[in-house]
Design a protein around this ligand. Structure first.
Ligand SMILES: *Cc1c(COP(=O)(O)O)cnc(C)c1O
Length: 386
């Protein structure tokens, strides 16, 4: 089976993890801060907080922005459930903004229209979470302008987009958002097995997130209610969580980071090859927003079902049978049973649902060879009945 995504592990990664295993600290040692520093300086962010997953980072990001009961968070329906669930963890409510049919990202025009309506009804969101689907950056300048006008905060879910660029600058530098979140799950661009990171340029937000990721406990006397009782002393000053990343994970991440730019460059080579190989097939290949460089976590095609004699499901199943581990990113979140129970209904976000009826993620990872890619395209031809 050729999977849709796969980690790239080399001897250098194994050596880095082994060295930590033989060191004094498996957690809360010097490697996590080094990894944070390295990612922050690579993407141009002021502060970085490593966590045990992007889901944890999204939760802590929402909490640090003060999202709570009575507040609203808006995101795209075409994302992993974690982009929306983070609001529910905080007791806030979720709503969605439909996608742009070309970029598959949250549509800034739909966002503007929904904000105008919400302003009149007094239901403006506190936080909006644009998701850089497949690694393609959202139109952040436009979303930022709306944030200024309507007073909401922005968390970029950049789980797919580390190494990508918007207007010639790395995603994660925070020029147009309050916080950016990366995921280091093995199918993502670089991995720490499980892991994630929140980046910000705000010292205050960084300090809040640092506190919340570790039980709400501080060892900084300046943040305590009174002088420390002694050298052993710490204080719990808020209700936090145990969302820390281990030293083993950080060592793997630090080692992977050295190859990040190569990984993304190889993904671009593969995408160009797919674009060429698929040019005359009844499929829509990815469209790139001008002035962006995708992280290219995923390569999604949409089937032109009017020109194909088979159903979406048949094509998908044939590909799996032919040994191609295709996937579908994503089932629109508002159609999940949990969200239907919250009142969402099929038909609420038609562009997202139309995308879901046609989308297939083809294999895309830096270790995919040209020969394997040719195999994928040959299998697709068969599956399409060409
Ligand atoms: C993978 C992913 C997440 C969650 O990442 P974890 O590190 O697995 O918690 C969140 N949002 C998106 C868009 C993702 O793809």
């Amino acid at each position: 089976m050729i999977p849709y995504g796969r980690q790239d592990i080399r001897q250098a990664d194994i050596d880095a993890v082994t060295a930590v295993l033989q060191s004094d600290y498996l957690t809360q040692g010097p490697v996590v801060p080094r990894f944070e520093q390295a990612v922050a300086s690579h993407v141009g962010a002021g502060y970085a907080l490593a966590m045990n997953s992007a889901t944890s980072a999204l939760h802590v990001a929402c909490a640090a922005l003060g999202l709570g009961p009575g507040d609203r968070l808006w995101t795209s329906p075409v994302t992993f459930v974690a982009s929306a669930n983070c609001a529910l963890y905080c007791g806030a409510t979720v709503d969605f903004v439909d996608i742009n049919p070309k970029t598959y990202n949250l549509c800034p025009k739909a966002l503007a229209a929904k904000l105008e309506e919400a302003e009149q009804e007094g239901t403006l969101p506190k936080v909006v979470v644009p998701v850089h689907l497949c690694g393609q950056p959202c139109d952040m300048a436009e979303i930022h302008a709306l944030a200024q006008r309507y007073g909401f905060r922005v968390i970029e879910d950049a789980s797919h987009a580390i190494g990508g660029k918007y207007q010639d600058e790395f995603v994660g530098n925070g020029r147009y958002s309050d916080i950016t979140v990366f995921s280091f799950h093995p199918v993502k661009i670089i991995t720490t097995a499980e892991g994630g990171m929140a980046l910000t340029n705000s010292k205050e937000l960084a300090e809040r997130m640092e506190l919340l990721r570790s039980h709400g406990i501080t060892r900084d006397p300046a943040k305590m209610t009174h002088e420390p009782d002694g050298p052993w002393y710490y204080q719990q000053v808020d209700l936090g969580f145990n969302y820390r990343m281990t030293e083993l994970q950080a060592a793997l991440g630090l080692s992977q980071l050295e190859r990040l730019d190569d990984f993304v460059a190889r993904r671009h080579e593969l995408a160009r090859r797919y674009d060429d190989l698929l040019a005359n097939r009844p499929v829509v290949t990815p469209w790139q927003l001008p002035d962006t460089y995708s992280g290219l976590h995923l390569y999604v095609i949409r089937l032109d079902l009017s020109r194909i004699n088979r159903s979406h499901r048949q094509v998908f199943e044939s590909l799996r049978e032919l040994g191609i581990g295709v996937n579908l990113h994503y089932i629109p979140v508002h159609t999940q049973p949990y969200y239907q129970n919250l009142g969402f209904q099929p038909g609420d976000f038609p562009e997202s649902e139309a995308y879901y009826r046609e989308a297939i993620s083809l294999p895309m990872y830096s270790g995919l060879t040209d020969a394997q890619q040719d195999e994928v395209v040959a299998a697709l031809d068969k599956a399409l009945g060409l």
